[in-house]
Design a protein around this ligand. Structure first.
Ligand code: HPA
Length: 326
């Protein structure tokens, strides 16, 4: 049985089944049999790349493929606090600095390295982004999601996004983890604007279930097994880099956000567009502005995320091991 494949437009003849229909289907073996075809193997729509962004992606892809033929199953984006994850949790096969990839945007944020790490977590082949690209650094939004699309082209069918976020939900505490169940993208630039990258996905992609329920279930089970409390909620991305005001936080709470940050949503949109299965975990590094008397600082966010890192690392590795059989 095929699962629904709403956003890739290259296999129009395949049977469409609503993944979110019968619950028994969600965890059934049929899911594991669904082959993932990386965009680069789906064939181009015409003779030439459909637009300059796809051309740039192909250049980056070729540049990586000249250095490695590693085939990742899972792509992991490391947020604040998880910077050292690759060194401690990944059986490293190869690394490629972003500076070695022609045309690749480079992160300028303090505490973020800039390289892809290829290797294994619990035997599962992964590509890890050690250092992500943020919109607030001044990059074009298409460049911000270029790494996500690139990892999809390299064969990664699952994307695990991590970040540090401000807790908006009054039931959250600093140091909590939140499984991202949905997002609000309204206040962030949409990475799909401009000419559609036909090779990746459809013009108007469905966003009704961005965060794959099977992957969410696997993360939730891992947290239970490790005795880690896992909150769940809606993540909202703002462009940053300034933190929010108390009035903004009250507004965002009214809109249904549980956590706020400056990343993740645009990557999730691009990945969903390209047909990847997406999931995400936030480390609630602080309560959002106005919820405590302490002014916010990047140093505080980093320090708090660093403190939560050992648990975060265990949660991420445990989840990736489970993804290996999905
Ligand atoms: N606001 C926005 N981004 C963040 C925060 C916050 O409070 N904490 C960590 N990233």
């Amino acid at each position: 049985m095929k699962i629904f494949n709403n956003n890739k437009q290259f296999r129009p003849d395949e049977e469409i089944v609503d993944l979110y229909g019968p619950p028994e289907m969600l965890l059934g073996p049929e899911y594991a049999e669904q082959p993932y075809i990386p965009p680069v193997l789906r064939g181009t729509v015409g003779d030439k790349p459909s637009c300059k962004y796809y051309e740039k992606l192909l250049d980056c892809y070729k540049s990586i493929r000249e250095k490695t033929d590693f085939q990742p199953k899972v792509a992991l984006v490391l947020g604040s606090g998880l910077g050292e994850y690759a060194e401690t949790e990944v059986d490293i096969a190869e690394t490629i600095d972003y500076s070695e990839i022609k045309g690749f945007p480079r992160s300028t944020v303090l505490g973020h390295k800039g390289r892809f790490v290829f290797g294994y977590v619990g035997g599962v082949p992964v590509v890890v982004m050690q250092g992500r690209v943020h919109f607030y650094e001044g990059y074009d939004i298409h460049d911000v999601v270029l790494p996500t699309r690139l990892m999809s082209m390299l064969g990664a069918e699952i994307l695990l996004l991590t970040n540090a976020a401000g807790g908006i939900n009054t039931g959250f505490s600093a140091g909590d983890f939140m499984l991202i169940r949905d997002h609000i993208s309204t206040f962030a630039p949409n990475p799909l604007t401009g000419k559609n990258l036909e090779e990746l996905g459809t013009r108007f992609p469905d966003m009704s279930k961005v965060y794959d329920p099977v992957l969410c279930e696997a993360i939730s089970t891992t947290a239970k097994e490790l005795g880690i409390t896992l909150q769940q909620g809606v993540y909202l991305q703002l462009s940053g880099p300034s933190f929010e005001t108390p009035a903004e936080i009250r507004m965002l709470r009214g809109f249904g956000a549980d956590a706020v940050g400056m990343s993740t949503v645009v990557e999730a949109i691009a990945a969903n567009h390209a047909g990847m299965r997406v999931c995400g975990i936030s480390c609630i590094s602080n309560l959002a502005c106005g919820m405590t008397d302490t002014p916010l600082s990047h140093a505080e966010v980093q320090e708090s995320a660093d403190k939560a890192a050992p648990k975060f690392r265990a949660l991420v590795s445990g989840a990736i091991e489970k993804f290996g059989s999905l």
